[in-house]
Design a protein around this ligand. Structure first.
Ligand SMILES: Cc1ncc(COP(=O)(O)O)c(C=O)c1O
Length: 251
């Protein structure tokens, strides 16, 4: 069964752009746009950090975030505010990570007080990452990401802050850098109002540092942040090189 996501309307201008003949894949416009789109995406997420693009839906981008930053036996704290963070946490659990859910009252935003209390109790810093959605599509609940960051800071907790913006990027104000987010996950088919098919991961320096020792890695070119990055010189030398797109700048 094919389950195509995304209730958002695709503007006629976008639909018309898709009716053009396929451009040359070896030179010119398609190569240029492969790089300019990265800069444009960074502007939307309000970051100077790299963006990694996968040929996937949001679930694929979820997996890219998990498999590139976590290790077997790590623990994630999933902040429930509806459906999607819990689903993301289940994906982490089947990948070999322990997932603890901080229960939320449906349909309410995450309690930052409960989060701070839980993090203060984690004296040994067993929790490697916090997983939360900015907007939970099913419940329309919007979480206050700066307040979640502030609760983590108040608890002096070093976990990565991982935020799912699949429904909200392009719709809600968002500040990957200013809010101190480590991983932002997004996809094409909602706020960006284009068809499904590409997933995005924006990564902080701390997230890339975690990537260096993370052992859940897919071990394949697609979805591996470091391989994606190192493939770029080949892409520049030979545009026909079969690689997903990575950031053109330095981390
Ligand atoms: C907040 C949120 N996260 C994750 C997903 C999963 O994305 P996809 O259906 O593209 O895999 C969705 C899809 O509706 C979503 O709304």
């Amino acid at each position: 069964m094919v389950s195509i996501p995304g209730p958002s309307v695709i503007p006629d201008r976008v639909l018309s752009a898709m009716h053009r003949p396929m451009p040359n894949i070896y030179e010119g416009e398609l190569i240029d746009v492969s790089f300019s789109v990265q800069e444009d995406l960074k502007k939307i997420a309000r970051t100077e950090r790299p963006v990694f693009i996968s040929v996937s839906n949001g679930h694929g981008a979820w997996e890219m975030a998990i498999s590139n930053t976590l290790s077997r036996g790590d623990k994630v704290l999933v902040l429930e505010s509806g459906t999607f963070a819990v689903g993301w946490g289940e994906m982490a659990a089947v990948s070999g990570v322990k997932a603890e859910v901080l229960p939320g009252a449906d349909p309410e935003a995450v309690s930052v007080e409960a989060l701070e209390e839980r993090l203060k109790a984690d004296i040994g810093h067993e929790i490697s990452a916090i997983m939360v959605v900015q907007v939970d599509t099913a419940t329309s609940v919007r979480n206050d990401i700066p307040a979640i960051r502030a609760a983590m800071d108040a608890a002096n907790h070093p976990a990565l802050l991982m935020v799912d913006c699949i429904a909200s990027l392009g719709c809600e104000p968002y500040e990957h850098d200013e809010w101190g987010v480590d991983i932002t996950v997004a996809a094409t088919q909602k706020g960006l109002m284009v068809p499904p098919g590409l997933g995005f991961v924006f990564a902080s320096e701390k997230a890339l540092h975690a990537h260096a020792s993370a052992d859940l890695g897919l071990g394949t070119l697609i979805g591996n942040l470091e391989l994606t990055r190192s493939a770029l010189p080949d892409l520049l030398r030979n545009p026909a090189y079969p690689t997903p797109l990575g950031d053109a700048g330095s981390a």
